[in-house]
Design a protein around this ligand. Structure first.
Ligand SMILES: Cc1cc2nc3c(=O)[nH]c(=O)nc-3n(C[C@H](O)[C@H](O)[C@H](O)COP(=O)(O)O)c2cc1C
Length: 201
């Protein structure tokens, strides 16, 4: 599927065939596509929790406004990130680069994140959102439907998946075989309403 077609046809689909099983190869393709999204300093701090246990899915649904996607989509991915990844052996993010580049980048990573808790947190959201959209477009190109989600109790989900203290949850991505088309698009703002030329008035 052409990239623009995938972007234009992707919709947030809510109803899924609960009996559909996604082949592992498709899931790997989707996750691997997500991993090609950009991250600042290439720190790749996302961690994708793929929830396959049906009992756990039911528990998550109970703290996610009883949304059917949580149990019925073929795959539920909890998009998490490690806020401290910048300090955990950062040379590995540049291991294939020449030594001088590696040294430079590791120094810059440290300078950029050290003592900046807000930046550490914000970066997780930027990265996970980009990975989520990339996964949803990859899923569309493979013939799947998807739904981004943040309608859930973050603390409760964190407990259910044993989220480490230095990690954070950004959102869910549910992917599967939709059984009902999304409702017609809700109104979108016009380009003129969202485009700002040079600076705000
Ligand atoms: C961060 C985020 C959280 C969302 N949370 C939910 C959700 O919990 N449940 C849901 O049904 N849709 C959720 N959506 C889907 C939006 O409602 C949907 O993307 C929006 O209405 C536009 O529709 P479209 O994606 O089909 O164009 C979420 C979307 C985003 C980006």
């Amino acid at each position: 599927m052409d990239t623009l077609d995938a972007i234009r046809t992707r919709r947030a689909v809510k109803q899924y065939d609960p009996d559909h099983r996604m082949p592992d190869a498709d899931l790997d393709t989707i996750l691997s596509a997500g991993m090609l999204a950009p991250t600042a300093f290439n720190i790749q701090h996302w961690r994708f929790v793929v929830v396959t246990d049906p009992a756990l899915r039911r528990q998550i649904r109970a703290v996610a406004w009883d949304q059917a996607q949580v149990t019925d989509a073929s795959v539920l991915i909890v998009m998490c990130a490690d806020k401290q990844a910048w300090r955990k052996d950062p040379a590995r993010y540049w291991a294939d680069a020449p030594q001088d580049v590696q040294d430079l980048m590791v120094g810059l990573i440290n300078q950029y994140y050290e003592g900046r808790a807000q930046v550490q947190q914000d970066e997780t959201m930027r990265s996970c959102a980009q990975a989520a959209q990339t996964m949803m477009l990859a899923a569309a190109s493979l013939g799947y439907q998807s739904c981004p989600m943040d309608g859930f109790d973050f603390d409760a989900v964190a407990r259910l998946i044993n989220l480490p203290d230095d990690h954070v949850i950004a959102m869910f991505v549910a992917i599967g075989k939709g059984t009902q088309a999304a409702r017609p698009r809700a109104s979108r703002l016009t380009l003129d309403q969202v485009r700002v030329r040079d600076r705000f008035a």
